[in-house]
Design a protein around this ligand. Structure first.
Ligand SMILES: [Zn+2]
Length: 598
């Protein structure tokens, strides 16, 4: 497209494709090329190459490729002349005025130019309404109330759309905009009779700029009880809401410098966080995060802190957003605030410093998810652990990088208290293999009965002569609690308590299949007759197992308190551990050590 000797050829010679592409894609030197994640198709490992000498790009994944102009045309959806001008602008090379190629193209370009200019007028008009009119004073008071100073209002070019219904319309007509342009702007509506009126009325308006800082739309927040509370510009030739992140143009430098982004939901959240000294903040504004927005962000950084409203809807939005960003290979952390608090109200009440502290304390996304599942499932049971795992696995499966995925195994196992070797093995297999659901085998659901349990059950079933004594000791110690045979022993105890005989077939009726099988198996086993002494050492072995489990759980909580820097909690847990260890040692003194192998 760039013919020799043409202006395009000159621009191309002076533009460095690595630099131009580098504005959109994070490129890393790899051999003689530069590689990055393709901006034209979702991918997890870089297959997008830029050749610095031959000055072209190519994606090994989706096959796109071309010169610097094609790249800009594709990525910014521009025509060739527009791309030429954009590249010339980027390298600071003046171009002579050009003549458009086709009449349609000329018209479309002209309309977009007019719309951008029109929005500039609208920004000024709304700002003047906010800062200099009586009606606007109410809006200003509302914003002041929310902690926004006049300076902040100017920085974010906030405005006010008056209630008259045609104030902006009249202004724009006065400037000379024709109906066709007005309608395309999305800033005016038409009623049933075809008359025009302002889209935004009695609202605080937030200018929404594209990546290059051109205002292309507005978001409006109702001042009174007007519905909807938030109203945005519709899609227009210059605005597509799925492609825009609020505040990105202001945040871009900070994003690259700090190599992470803070993502919030609303305009006011975004402004509050920015004002708190966190420049690298962007907002989704009403839409849930889209692929295109994630890609847009990915040009600057692949590290993200999600700071949403912690209510139920906020948590769901957080998890949906996590899915998308994880797929694109982002590292994600989650900043959680107390329920009923959004970033805006938090900054107002607790101050900027407190928010920045919260930011530092944000949780790795896996820890955030673990915190959530701990509230949802009973992790004391094997079933609860499996259910919690199945809640987590779909998220883990989205992490594209295998090594990174494997790194989650330990925190998940620790967080859910998984120490069963078999379950741990299943977890590893699922996480590394991106399996989204564990198909739970019988063995997994209930851990296999240990030798001591089986032997105890056998003696219990076979020896009527000391069964009442044994039953009492079993019930008192609760040694069977938490074992795979718990329900079998409970059935035995209640049969005894009700004075009935201990019939295996009757016991089996109230049990689940795996338990029933085990009961029959044990009852059918042949072997040496047992003694009360042997039964007692089995009991002690099971109790010893419980002690160990308690200690392990305690150690896990200590580790966690330590990681969170929660010194008082850690101290309390350490004292608890000391006490438990002492009681455990006493227990060991009472029982012969050799018998304590569960
Ligand atoms: Zn590609």
């Amino acid at each position: 497209m760039a013919e020799p000797g043409s202006i395009a050829e000159k621009v191309k010679q002076q533009a460095d494709i690595v630099r131009i592409v580098g504005d959109y894609v994070r490129l890393k030197k790899a051999g003689q090329n530069f590689m990055g994640l393709c901006p034209f198709h979702p991918e997890k490992t870089p297959s997008f190459a830029v050749h610095p000498v031959k000055q072209f790009y190519h994606c090994f994944g989706c096959g796109v490729g071309g010169d610097v102009f094609q790249f800009v045309m594709e990525i910014d959806k521009l025509t060739f002349p527009e791309a030429l001008r954009a590249v010339a602008d980027k390298i600071g090379m003046p171009l002579p005025e050009r003549r458009p190629r086709t009449p349609e193209e000329a018209k479309a370009t002209q309309l977009r130019t007019l719309l951008v200019e029109l929005h500039e007028h609208a920004v000024r008009f709304f700002a003047q309404q906010l800062l200099q009119t009586k009606e606007g004073a109410l809006a200003r008071a509302y914003l002041n109330d929310r902690g926004l100073t006049d300076e902040v209002m100017r920085t974010f070019e906030l405005g006010y759309a008056p209630g008259t219904g045609d104030a902006l319309l009249r202004k724009l007509r006065e400037i000379g905009y024709k109906n066709e342009v007005l309608q395309a702007s999305g800033l005016v509506n038409r009623d049933d009779r075809g008359a025009f009126y302002d889209r935004f009325r009695r609202r605080v308006v937030f200018p929404i700029a594209n990546e290059r800082g051109k205002v292309v739309a507005f978001g409006g927040r109702a001042l009174g009880e007007d519905m909807p509370k938030y109203l945005n510009s519709p899609e227009t030739p210059i605005y597509s809401k799925s492609r825009i992140l609020y505040n990105l143009h202001r945040a871009k430098e900070a994003l690259r410098r700090q190599d992470y982004a803070v993502l919030v939901e609303g305009y006011l959240d975004c402004i509050a966080v920015h004002t708190a000294g966190v420049g690298n903040v962007v907002a989704t504004c009403g839409t849930s995060l889209t692929d295109l927005q994630v890609q847009l962000l990915g040009r600057s950084t692949r590290n993200l802190v999600v700071s949403f409203d912690p209510d139920a809807a906020g948590a769901a939005a957080t998890e949906r957003s996590l899915n998308l960003v994880l797929e694109q290979g982002f590292q994600v952390r989650v900043l959680t605030l107390e329920p009923g608090t959004d970033p805006d109200s938090f900054v107002r009440r607790q101050g900027a410093e407190a928010y920045r502290e919260k930011l530092k304390d944000s949780l790795r996304y896996i820890d955030y998810l673990l915190l959530r599942v701990r509230g949802l499932y009973d992790l004391k049971t094997q079933e609860g652990k499996v259910a919690a795992l199945n809640h987590l696995l779909p998220y883990l499966a989205r992490v594209p990088n295998r090594i990174q995925r494997a790194e989650w195994v330990k925190p998940v196992a620790d967080g859910l208290g998984i120490d069963d070797a078999l379950l741990l093995q299943e977890l590893k297999r699922a996480v590394v293999g991106r399996v989204e659901k564990l198909t739970v085998s019988e063995r997994l659901q209930r851990p296999a009965a240990k030798i001591a349990e089986r032997r105890l059950l056998k003696i219990f079933l076979d020896h009527e002569e000391f069964r009442p004594d044994l039953a009492k000791e079993l019930a008192d110690s609760g040694a069977h609690r938490g074992t795979s045979t718990e329900r079998i022993f409970e059935a035995c105890l209640s049969a005894l308590a009700s004075g009935g005989p201990l019939e295996v077939s009757a016991l089996a009726e109230g049990l689940e299949e795996a338990e029933r099988k085990l009961l029959f198996e044990v009852a059918l086993e042949s072997g040496a007759p047992g003694t009360l002494e042997e039964a007692r050492s089995c009991l002690a072995a099971l109790e010893a197992k419980q002690w160990e489990q308690q200690l392990r759980g305690l150690n896990r909580r200590i580790e966690e308190a330590s990681r969170q820097g929660n010194a008082p909690e850690k101290g309390r847990l350490l004292r608890e551990k000391q006490e438990l260890t002492q009681r455990w040692q006493e227990f060991r003194r009472l029982h012969h050590k050799d018998t304590l192998t569960p």
